[in-house]
Design a protein around this ligand. Structure first.
Ligand SMILES: C[S@@+](CC[C@H](N)C(=O)[O-])C[C@H]1O[C@@H](n2cnc3c(N)ncnc32)[C@H](O)[C@@H]1O
Length: 234
C-alpha cells in the first residue's frame, strides 16, 4: 500500500519546487482532492524547514530539540483524513505543532471565520513557528487572530477554543489522551499516531451521540508525545 511507505515509489530527491512536490503527491494518489492540493501549493514548505534542509524531499527532517518536520506525504495524508472537518468556519487544533506548517494549512482551510490553534511544548520551536507562519500565506490569519500559536502541554489540548471539529496530533501518544477526546465536537474527527515502537495512525470519530469510534489508517513512525524534559533528554 502506497500510504505506508511512498519512499519506495518516490523519494522526491530531485524536486526543487513546492508545486512539483504537490504534483508528485497527487500522481501517487496521496493527495486526492483539489482542496488539499491547493492548500499545499499555497503554503510553501520551504518556509518551514531550517536553512540548508532540502524542503521537498519526502522524508521527515530534523528541526532541533529532538523534533522533526513530518514528511510531505504524512502532511498530505493527515490533511486528506481531516478535510471534511476543515471546512470554512470550523475549529481545528494542531497538537505538537512543531514548525507550524500544518497549523498554517488548517488556518487557510477554516478561513477567517474559523479557528486554527497550534500547541507546542518547546518555546523555541513555537517562536520559530510563528516566524515561519509570518512569512507564509497564512500571515494575515495569524495577525487577525483566527490562527493562534501557544506554548503548552498538548496532551491537555487547548480548552479555550474547544470543541474542535478537527484535531491533529503530530507526535505519537502511548494512548489517546482523554482531554483531546473531551475537546472533540460531536461529529468531530481526530488523527493521532498511537504506540511506542510500533505505531498506528488512528482516526478517532466522535459520533453525534457522544460515543467514540477508532480505526487504524496505516503504520507510522513519529517522535513521542511526551514531557518537555523527556524529549530534551532524548
Ligand atoms: C513530528 S514533530 C512536528 C510535527 C509538525 N506537524 C510539523 O510537521 O512541523 C512533533 C512535535 O510534537 C512536539 N511535542 C511532543 N510532545 C508534546 C507535548 N506533550 N505537547 C506539545 N508538543 C509536543 C515536539 O516538540 C515536536 O515539535
Amino acid at each position: 500500500m502506497i500510504f505506508g511507505n511512498p519512499q519506495r515509489y518516490w523519494a522526491g530527491n530531485g524536486i526543487n519546487k513546492n508545486k512539483a512536490m504537490v504534483e508528485h503527491l497527487e500522481h501517487y494518489g496521496i493527495i486526492k482532492s483539489k482542496k488539499v492540493a491547493e492548500v499545499m501549493e499555497t503554503i510553501d514548505r520551504a518556509l518551514f524547514v531550517p536553512d540548508g534542509t532540502p524542503p521537498y524531499v519526502d522524508s521527515p527532517m530534523a528541526i532541533g530539540y529532538n523534533a522533526t518536520i513530518s514528511a510531505p506525504h504524512m502532511h498530505a495524508t493527515c490533511l486528506q483524513l481531516l478535510e471534511e472537518n476543515l471546512q470554512p468556519g470550523m475549529h481545528a487544533l494542531d497538537v505538537g505543532s512543531g514548525t507550524g506548517y500544518l497549523t498554517a494549512c488548517f488556518a487557510l482551510m477554516v478561513g477567517p471565520q474559523g479557528r486554527a490553534v497550534g500547541v507546542e511544548h518547546i518555546p523555541e520551536l513555537l517562536t520559530s513557528s510563528i516566524k515561519n507562519i509570518e512569512k507564509s500565506a497564512a500571515a494575515a490569519l495569524l495577525k487577525e487572530g483566527s490562527l493562534s500559536m501557544h506554548v503548552g502541554d498538548g496532551r491537555e489540548g487547548w480548552p479555550e477554543f474547544a470543541p474542535y471539529d478537527a484535531i491533529h496530533v503530530g507526535a505519537a501518544a502511548p494512548e489517546i489522551p482523554q482531554p483531546l477526546i473531551d475537546q472533540l465536537k460531536p461529529g468531530g474527527r481526530m488523527v493521532i499516531p498511537v504506540g511506542n515502537i510500533f505505531q498506528d495512525l488512528k482516526v478517532v470519530v466522535k459520533n453525534l451521540d457522544g460515543s467514540v469510534s477508532v480505526r487504524s489508517e496505516t503504520s507510522v513512525r513519529y517522535v513521542p508525545l511526551t514531557s518537555r524534559d523527556a524529549q530534551l533528554r532524548g
